[in-house]
Design a binder for this molecule. Sequence first.
Ligand SMILES: Nc1ncnc2c1ncn2[C@@H]1O[C@H](COP(=O)(O)OP(=O)(O)OP(=O)(O)O)[C@@H](O)[C@H]1O
Ligand SMILES: [Mg+2]
Length: 331
Amino acid sequence: MTPMTAEPLLSLQDLTVRFRLPAGETVAVDGVSLDLAPGEVLGIVGESGSGKSQILYALMGLLASNGRAGGRALFQGQDLLSLTEAQLDRVRGQAVSMIFQDPMTSLNPYMRVVDQLAEGLVVHKGMSWASARAEGVRMLDRVRIPDAARRARLYPHEFSGGMRQRVMIAMALLARPRLLLADEPTTALDVTIQAQVLDLMAELGRETGAAIVLVTHDLGVVARLCDRVAVLYGGRVMEEGAAEALFDAPAHPYTRGLLAAMPRLETTLTPRLGTIPGTPRSGGAMLAGCPFAPRCEARFDRCTHERPALHPLRSQGPGRRAACHLSEPAT
Ligand SMILES: Nc1ncnc2c1ncn2[C@@H]1O[C@H](COP(=O)(O)OP(=O)(O)OP(=O)(O)O)[C@@H](O)[C@H]1O
Ligand SMILES: [Mg+2]
């Protein structure tokens, strides 16, 4: 666990993502501010459409062409949102890696796995192909691909789904990034394989000192692997805190709903977000009030016309914040 006092590796400051649509503009990420310390593992949870992926895409410069990011995303003090394509390419190849949900979207089907692993080291680190390939095979071995030296010469389609995810993790960590962004990295896999792959990712993250942002629907995974959690709804952070503290005493009605709708953590292998009555809010115009108000059982008048700020929960120790009028400190 990393102390909260460390200089942040990544600092999102009022990050917004808007999309232009024929009917007008939609807001997918609505003023998200989050810090990530070096080596820290941050989970981002929330229902489908809450803006989780767009946060990561904004950081990596991968928004769809009708999308635009605002605010700041300081990585080691440098604003990722203001980099040129060439500068961003260097950051993506070395300091920041991303693991996508479907490994085939980032593996080249026509290239041997070992060459895909080696390519980044040759291009970005100036290594020779021979030593880069050797390094790639070592990494495959570390992610427990059996018979790595032989398998490295195969093509992606010759690997099982679980193996391909491991190849992705190997590829993402090969450059020893300071920051790993993982977007639902295992939803395509069997339950038992999911747990193995995620544990492996976290273990390698710890070994290499990489900080991880892990986007997931799976609260069990968050409880097991994450130091800290941010709960997202309608593009806003509803609640944030140390994973244990947040699960012990959720402050926001939305978080409480998520937890209540979920099977007990210790009794199932992969508790997933359950169902809260009502329709999840995803994208849309800026709202005056709380985005969760239309579905909230605890709402009162103020909730529908005044947006609750993300404020510290003082009784709950450092780093605990929530955006709910009910938990605001008395003034
Ligand atoms: N190109 C686009 N144009 C318009 N809206 C978009 C575009 N891409 C994404 N959105 C909207 O942005 C919102 C947030 O999407 P995002 O992909 O971040 O959700 P998510 O939390 O990752 O959901 P999931 O859990 O399903 O992956 C959604 O309402 C989505 O429809
Ligand atoms: Mg997503």
